[in-house]
Design a protein around this ligand. Structure first.
Ligand SMILES: Cc1cc2nc3c(=O)[nH]c(=O)nc-3n(C[C@H](O)[C@H](O)[C@H](O)COP(=O)(O)OP(=O)(O)OC[C@H]3O[C@@H](n4cnc5c(N)ncnc54)[C@H](O)[C@@H]3O)c2cc1C
Length: 440
């Protein structure tokens, strides 16, 4: 991991190739630096479309292009497949386990930590055995196997109660991810699987969305929450508000309801879309630098995204706690680019502190084909217009021209037609796998 002999350029190490890390690397394109991007996966993951991989619309490659291919036009960038386990701010190194197991310390002049977040089970990590998160490709592939495997198993099942449990899908969490997942499961069973089975009727599928609060997509405001609930119910999704999950096992989920009663739902497939917490690397950065963490484990940073007392270390994206900014792709992209520009400015001799100002471009959630909700500044848009906006935004931000083109083709097939191409299963995916939370 040593530089080329004679290469004295300022070395920027970026941990993570998600939205924060990728936009930091891109922003350094013209800077007089060499850059090392370290990630434990080989891809940049477009997480907002994970649910479409899980429900067979898109392939995993369409939302996860190889990071070295995305950055191929910048020869100053080196991509390293490895997991960073610690930071030594005194020695200016990050401890990294490379693919294959070798442990190295990688030296930096400036460090941008963009390690993101992991699924949070709110103190019940044991739930992950039976309720898959929605945070990584592993999660999406596990879910795809469970979902399509459940229909296959239901077709073979003679026992009525067991067949019903196989055809019941419980989504936990009424934020955009839960809403999108529930909407797609409903669409999958009512449209895409028509005439595919002989013993079961996919129309009999039950999709249940469980939310602890009293509203769906709560940050989008009351009107859009109502619109979302109405559209989902019209599609056939069963909504449970004010319900807290008290237990999850292989056969179902237990809920404590706001009226004091308990409810058991027999369901083989459970999707955990209830929340995330910061990557454990945040705690390592805090321990090494004396920085403080917020309640979700995010590192509290200075207004320019640097760690207090360590101007050469930046924390950006989902791992950063600044001004209560939400964990959104736009925040990650803009803060990653801001950290990179700060490094570049300093190298030009400008050491003034420029605070990061987030430009809110709005939030979106798709409910089903041709229906979405969007909040852009004071504008609250629902229905078909919201869906067109969703389409434009996702085509614009999906990484790589080929992926945009391929995704558009698949959306035409799935939304105008009924096809789902990504349904290939192997026994490895149908037989449930236990994937620990936080794994890539
Ligand atoms: C299902 C889902 C749907 C979403 N939908 C939306 C949406 O519609 N709109 C929106 O704005 N936002 C959405 N988000 C949030 C958005 O995806 C995140 O805010 C964004 O990805 C954060 O970017 P990041 O770079 O901070 O982290 P990430 O994109 O998570 O990237 C972190 C990277 O760091 C790597 N990494 C982690 N730890 C280590 C380590 N120790 N060593 C090496 N590498 C490491 C990971 O492999 C990963 O590549 C969604 C998120 C999810 C999960």
């Amino acid at each position: 991991m040593t530089p080329e002999p004679g290469d004295t350029r300022h070395h920027v190490v970026i941990v993570g190739s998600g939205f924060g890390g990728l936009f930091a690397a891109k922003a350094l394109r013209r800077a007089p630096v060499r850059v090392t991007v370290i990630d434990r996966t080989n891809h940049h993951l477009f997480q907002p479309l994970l649910y479409q991989v899980a429900t067979g619309i898109l392939s995993e490659g369409q939302i996860a292009p190889p990071i070295r291919d995305v950055l191929r036009h910048n020869p100053a960038v080196r991509v390293v497949l490895g997991e960073v386990s610690d930071v030594d701010p005194g020695g200016h190194t990050v401890a990294t386990t490379l693919l294959g197991g070798a442990k190295v310390d990688i030296a930096y002049d400036s460090l941008i930590v963009a390690a993101g977040a992991v699924t949070s089970y709110f103190g019940h990590d044991e739930f992950h055995h039976d309720a898959s998160g929605m945070k990584s490709l592993n999660d999406a592939m596990r879910l795809r196997g469970q979902i399509f495997g459940a229909f296959e198993r239901a077709e073979l099942e003679d026992d009525d109660a067991r067949r019903r449990a196989l055809m019941t899908f419980v989504v936990i969490g009424g934020g955009p991810t839960g809403v999108e997942m529930a909407g797609q499961l409903e669409e999958l069973s009512r449209r895409a699987l028509q005439r595919n089975f002989r013993r079961i009727d996919p129309h009999m599928t039950r999709v249940v969305l469980v939310e602890g609060g009293d509203r769906l997509v709560a940050p989008m405001g009351e009107r859009l929450s109502r619109l979302t609930a109405r559209d989902l119910q019209r599609k056939g999704v069963e909504l449970h508000f004010g319900a807290m999950v008290t237990g999850v096992d292989a056969d179902g989920v237990d809920l404590a309801q706001s009226d004091g009663t308990h409810l058991r739902i027999e369901a083989v497939t459970k999707v955990w879309a209830a929340g995330t917490r910061a990557s454990p690397l945040g705690a390592k950065v805090a321990a090494a630098t004396g920085a403080t963490l917020d309640r979700s484990g995010r590192v509290k940073v200075e207004p320019d995204c640097s760690v207090p007392g360590y101007p050469e270390i930046f924390v950006v994206g989902d791992l950063m706690a600044l001004d209560d900014l939400p964990a959104l792709a736009e925040v990650a992209m803009q803060s990653g680019a801001h950290a990179a520009h700060t490094v570049e400015r300093r190298l030009r001799g400008d050491t003034t502190m420029k605070p990061f100002h987030y430009r809110d471009l709005g939030t979106l959630a798709v409910i089903s084909r041709f229906r979405a909700v969007a909040k852009i500044g004071p504008l609250q848009i629902g229905g078909f217009v919201g869906w067109v906006l969703w389409l434009v935004v996702h085509v614009t931000f999906l990484t790589g021209f080929k992926n945009r083109f391929a995704a558009l083709a698949r959306w035409t097939i799935s939304f105008v037609g009924k096809g789902r191409y990504e349904r290939a299963l192997t026994g490895r995916w149908v037989v449930d796998q236990d994937i620990p939370p936080g794994s890539a």
